[in-house]
Design a protein around this ligand. Structure first.
Ligand code: 13P
Length: 250
C-alpha cells in the first residue's frame, strides 16, 4: 500500500506573529518542490498571518485545538467556525498536552473530532501512552482505547479526513524517541484497531504519523517502517533548518 507521507509541524505555544511569518515564508520557499504532504500548526494568534503566507502552496494550515461546541458562552475557547473563517484546513485534537496538562478526556476529544469532521476539516487525532503505562505493558491497550473512543460515531466515509498521530507521551520533548521497531509495532496495532472498526481497506489507507522527538537524524529510520506514514514534529519544527530536512527526507 502506497500511502503519502505526511509531515506536520506543531509549533505549540511558540512564536509571535512576526516570528511565525518568518518561519512560514522560509518553509514555503524551501518546501515548494517537496514530495510529501505538509502542514504547519501555529498558535491561534498567528493563524491569520500564516494563512496568508501558505495559501495556495503545498503547505496546509492547521490549528492545535478547537472547542467542542460550535459557538456560545465558552470563554477562552476557539470555535470551528472561527478556524474555518481563517482558512484552517486541519485541526490537531487530543494532543497529549491537552489530555494530560489540560485534562481532556476521550469523550471530549471525540466530541471535537466529530464536530471538526462535520464541518469538513481534516483531523489529526493524537494517541499515546505515558511512561508508566508503557512500563506496565499497557501501551497497546491505551492506544486502542484512545483510538476507539476518539473515533466513536465517526462514519466510514469521513475516515479519509482522519489522520492518527501516535505520540508516546514519554518521547515528547524529551529527546527520547521510540525505536523505529517499537513505534512501528504500535502503528501496526493501531492500524489493526482501525481495521476492526472500518475494515481492512480503510485501515490500509489511514495515515499514521509518529510524534516524539523526531529529528532529521532519526526521521529516515522511522519513515522506513511499513506502518509509519509521517511525523508530527514539535521542537524540530520551530526552525526551517531543522524542519526542512525532516520534511524532505527520502
Ligand atoms: P517534540 O518533537 O518536541 O518531541 O514534540 C512532539 C509533539 O508533541 C508534536 O505534536
Amino acid at each position: 500500500m502506497n500511502r503519502t507521507y505526511y509531515i506536520a509541524g506543531n509549533w505549540k505555544m511558540h512564536k509571535t506573529r512576526s516570528e511565525a511569518a518568518e518561519l512560514a515564508k522560509a518553509l514555503v520557499a524551501q518546501l515548494k518542490d517537496g514530495k510529501h504532504k505538509y502542514l504547519v500548526a501555529p498558535t491561534f494568534t498567528s493563524l491569520e498571518t500564516v494563512a496568508a503566507i501558505v495559501k495556495g502552496t503545498n503547505i496546509r494550515l492547521g490549528a492545535q485545538n478547537m472547542a467542542a461546541e460550535e459557538q456560545g458562552a465558552h470563554t477562552g475557547e476557539v470555535s470551528v467556525l472561527q478556524l474555518k473563517d481563517l482558512g484552517v484546513q486541519t485541526v490537531i485534537l487530543g494532543h497529549s498536552e491537552r489530555r494530560h496538562v489540560y485534562k481532556e478526556d476521550d469523550a471530549l476529544v471525540n466530541k471535537k473530532v466529530k464536530l471538526a469532521l462535520q464541518h469538513g476539516l481534516e483531523v489529526i487525532l493524537c494517541v499515546g501512552e505515558t511512561l508508566e503505562e508503557r512500563e506496565a505493558g499497557k501501551a497497546e491497550a491505551v492506544c486502542e482505547t484512545q483510538t476507539v473512543k476518539g473515533l466513536l460515531g465517526v462514519a466510514a466515509g469521513d475516515l479519509e479526513r482522519v489522520v492518527i498521530a501516535y505520540e508516546p507521551v514519554w518521547a515528547i520533548g524529551t529527546g527520547k524517541t521510540a525505536t523505529p521497531e517499537d513505534a512501528d509495532a504500535i502503528h501496526a496495532y493501531i492500524r489493526k484497531v482501525a481495521g476492526k472498526l472500518y475494515g481492512e481497506d480503510a485501515a490500509q489507507r489511514i495515515i499514521i504519523q509518529y510524534g516524539g522527538s523526531v529529528k532529521a537524524d532519526n526521521a529516515v529510520q522511522l519513515m522506513a517502517k511499513d506502518n509509519i506514514d509521517g511525523a508530527l514534529v514539535g521542537g524540530a519544527a520551530l526552525k526551517a533548518d531543522s524542519f526542512v530536512p525532516i520534511a524532505k527526507f527520502s
